[in-house]
Design a protein around this ligand. Structure first.
Ligand code: GLY
Ligand code: MN
Length: 481
């Protein structure tokens, strides 16, 4: 948790930004529903608790069963939660009072959880606007639906409160996004810590990538690092010798020389800030010449994004510059032909990189995507593409100091996609299908990911050290491990 001044300042700024979009004296109230415990199977056996990220951002309390109300017109703030009783104390031990937890984040008023429902009902009965965020967890969807009297579907819909209907508030969503997108110094320190844990977990994984080892064994060792140093993983670890499957969560392969192991994994710091790194390493410790050719193109793309990412440039343009660099490299290997400019316009890069160059990162590894991918990742004057690859770009915005984004180019050979595009004649003037089918169907995939902070005049890679990335460097560290 940060100092209480951080939360006081954030809430005051939220009131300022949100009230500015509402009629004077009729701005309404904002309700925040924190996460509850979520059972894995039966009620006494819960998943490890993870607080709702926006609740954490404004109210700091990292425990289940809390809610809060912010009155935009009067400025009143109340945290709702229940003090423990003797049964709880027997199971959990004595706990600080709700009042003291509220005081720790600068809130002077607290009340029992049941009063939250009554306060929301009272605001609604007075015809006041009740702003709320689109809930992501199903329990919170149902809870928000019951509090607001609207359907679970409407709870997820985001629209302007000016239409008088009950749904999540676009004004609130935009205010929250505008604040959380630009990271404060104390947040950057936490992301640096998460990146250090990410570095440690990837180092552990690379050291254990030895012929004959089961992928699951490596996953267990690297995830152990995240629990011993921080809160745990920031998303389900991706680790596979089938890197062409973008989010491969199967870990039953045995490390086999000649293959490539793609490791995409990150950690949360104890305060829930994320890291997200990807490296692809040769399973026998040395790249084959064919692997190195493709690998070096991906490294060049990763470096290019780092060089180009700076204030004033859109990340969409960085994505497109990376696509051009990738196609130049693939052209030099005879996998595509023609003018790179034409290929970029046709979306040919999507065949090889069917995802975007990166996403925002913060308290969520894909920061705030629960609030709406386009609202988070696109400026109002930007429209999302329908092309494969570019259309999956989650962060397209014009970069500003304080943005934290990932730089994660990749080249993949997906047999089903190659077959589909070929049968549809897609990119037929540019793509050398004959070579792809003869030589690359069993290649797999390569992705290389770093986390970037946009600074006043450029960017910096987050974390105290960069994971080895250049092919010689990777082979050299692996030979000594
Ligand atoms: N590193 C996982 C993802 O960005 O989706
Ligand atoms: Mn990522």
């Amino acid at each position: 948790m940060f100092s209480k001044e951080v939360y006081i300042r954030r809430r005051a700024e939220l009131v300022r930004r949100l009230s500015a979009q509402m009629p004077e004296g009729k701005a309404g109230v904002v309700m925040f529903v924190g996460n509850a415990e979520a059972p894995q199977n039966y009620r006494g056996n819960d998943y490890k608790f993870r607080q709702e990220s926006t609740f954490l951002y404004y109210w700091g309390i990292d425990e289940p069963g809390f809610a809060a109300l912010l009155d935009l017109d009067s400025g009143a703030e109340v945290i709702y939660g229940d003090d423990v009783e003797i049964d709880d104390i027997i199971w959990m031990g004595p706990q600080p009072s709700v009042e003291s937890k509220a005081a720790a984040v600068g809130v002077g008023k607290s009340a029992p959880a049941a009063e939250f429902d009554r306060a929301v009902a009272a605001a609604r009965s007075l015809g006041r606007v009740v702003h709320f965020l689109p809930a992501s967890r199903y329990y919170n969807v149902l809870r928000t639906a019951s509090l607001t009297g609207c359907s679970p579907d409407s709870v997820r819909k985001v629209a302007s409160v000016a239409d008088g209907q009950v749904h999540a508030s676009l004004e609130l969503v935009n205010s929250v996004i505008s604040m959380r997108l630009i990271k404060e110094e104390c947040e950057i320190e936490e992301i640096d810590k998460a990146c250090e844990i990410g570095w440690l977990m990837h180092t552990e994984a690379r050291r254990n990538c030895k012929p004959g080892v089961c992928e699951q064994d490596i996953v267990g060792r690297m995830e152990g690092v995240t629990i011993s140093k921080g809160w745990g993983v920031s998303f389900t670890t991706i680790l596979s010798q089938h890197g062409e499957t973008l989010h491969n969560h199967r870990h039953d392969g045995i490390i086999t020389p000649g293959k490539l192991l793609l490791i995409d994994a990150g950690a949360e710091s104890n305060t829930h800030y994320a890291s997200d790194f990807t490296r692809t390493v040769p399973c026998g410790g040395k790249f084959t010449p064919k692997q190195r050719d493709i690998y070096d193109i991906v490294v060049a793309c990763n470096d290019l994004a780092y060089e180009l990412a700076k204030p004033g440039v859109t990340y969409r343009d960085v994505h497109l510059a990376v696509a051009a660099r990738m196609l130049e490299g693939l052209k030099s290997l005879g996998l595509v032909r023609g003018e790179v400019r034409d290929m970029v316009a046709e979306g040919v890069a999507g065949m090889f990189m069917p995802h975007g160059l990166g996403h925002n990162m913060g308290i969520d590894v894909h920061d705030m995507e629960d609030l709406g991918e386009d609202l988070v990742g696109y400026d109002p004057d930007q429209k999302r593409s329908s092309q494969l690859g570019l259309g999956s770009l989650r962060m397209a915005r014009r970069l500003r100091p304080g943005h934290v984004i990932t730089d994660e180019p990749g080249i993949y050979f997906v047999p089903a996609l190659i077959a589909k595009w070929k049968s549809e004649g897609h990119g037929k003037d540019f793509i050398n299908y004959q070579k792809l089918e003869a030589e690359y169907l069993d290649f797999g995939g390569i992705r290389l990911e770093d986390d970037l902070l946009i600074t006043a005049d450029g960017c910096r890679r987050l974390g105290p050290h960069r994971l080895p990335i250049y092919a010689d460097e990777v082979e050299s560290v692996m030979s000594g491990e």
